[in-house]
Design a protein around this ligand. Sequence first.
Ligand code: SF4
Ligand code: SF4
Length: 471
Amino acid sequence: MYNPRSMKATEFIDHQEILDTLAYADAHKDDLQLVDAILEKAKDCKGLSHREASVLLACENETRLQRMYDLAKEIKLRFYGNRIVLFAPLYLSNYCVNGCVYCPYHAKNKHIGRKKLTQEEVAREVIALQDMGHKRLAIEAGEDPKNNPIEYILECIKTIYSIHHKNGDIRRVNVNIAATTVEEYRMLKEAGIGTYILFQETYHKESYEQLHPTGPKHNYDYHTEAMDRAMEGGIDDVGLGVLFGLERYRYEFAGLLMHAEHLEAVHGVGPHTISVPRVKHADDIDPSAFDNGISDDTFAKICALIRIAVPYTGMIISTREGQTVRERVLPLGVSQISGGSRTSVGGYEEEERPTDTEQFDVSDQRTLDEVVRWLMELGYIPSFCTACYRESRTGDRFMSLCKSGQIQNCCHPNALMTLKEYLMDYAAPETKAIGEALIQAELQNIPKDKVREICADHLQKIEQGIRDFRF
Ligand code: SF4
Ligand code: SF4
């Protein structure tokens, strides 16, 4: 029985409720009066229910589709402006005891090289990332209690925060590791992590069990209830995601929004981010083996509708997507992208991308500097901001500031100041020239006079060599 307040996975992600939602959406997708009413409601930026958003997803009327895209762009501009936050994944270990059939690190893959970084290697990877200009990382590791116990993860986090190479430092470490216990989530919180990210992969329980035939991840309920344990352990910011291509996308979309509704109902705060990865080619993995792949058009529609349905939740696109798709979805609501990524263990130290040990093929292979320049040429402000987490603006404190609209007075100047740091310390001459002009123009767009003055002063101080200003 569907109950968003329940702590049982099969009740807050109730299979029958999803089927009923899809049937309701099919029955009403051509009811343009209803579609218009839902779009009208969405304009208030208070979000939509999974049922309402599912009707929009099913609707194929061209005019309404255009309105969905326009509205997504409007909401994106209102809450996120033209800023895009940059981050990089850091793979610590590809040892894994699970059997996920879509991932090359599954335990039965005997020909892939297994590697776990030592603390010296972690330090070298972090230096390489700092030398690119990164300030925000998402660490990744397979599930393996022997090789990658929580103590190993905690040690790596400590090492990462301790490295200060030249003007570099990593100011926020997000963590993407397997579902674990409240006690271990508490340890991660104490280690100072930012967001805890765990992809659901699929909300469809039967498919989930088939796609995860062996290992602890096979347990759907334990996996689906992980975010509740993370929040119980004190982690305020959690990141959801599904791997599109595994199951029917409309099922996943409804499940994802129900999960967000559950977190809001129980903890009073929805997900901090939603990621939208698609199944990609990798060693031992052929994406065509999964027959629920989605087209670029559907992908764009999903991104737009996530933006409309959960306006306060950040949306992340990784380098799984190539430049063209990224360009298409950026204005529809994406707030964070990775850049210059390597998806193998120890990849940042290598001259060439070690393609045979990557978790997935990287479609966008440009350097971070190329990505920064490209964003600016498209009219975005690349941001390396990590201020909220460091000012303890997490969970409901972050959400209430975000909902009040006041976050704009932080994000915009923080984007300019962190971009300035990047330009001073890491940018190629051409990138620097474009960036300096952009900062001067965007400084005028800070709404509050006082904030603008302080920001201008900080920008000067950054030129003099001082770092790490934030609002
Ligand atoms: S997706 Fe994660 S848990 Fe599954 S095999 Fe890959 S690394 Fe292991
Ligand atoms: S001020 Fe907060 S919400 Fe805005 S970009 Fe920085 S960390 Fe993100």
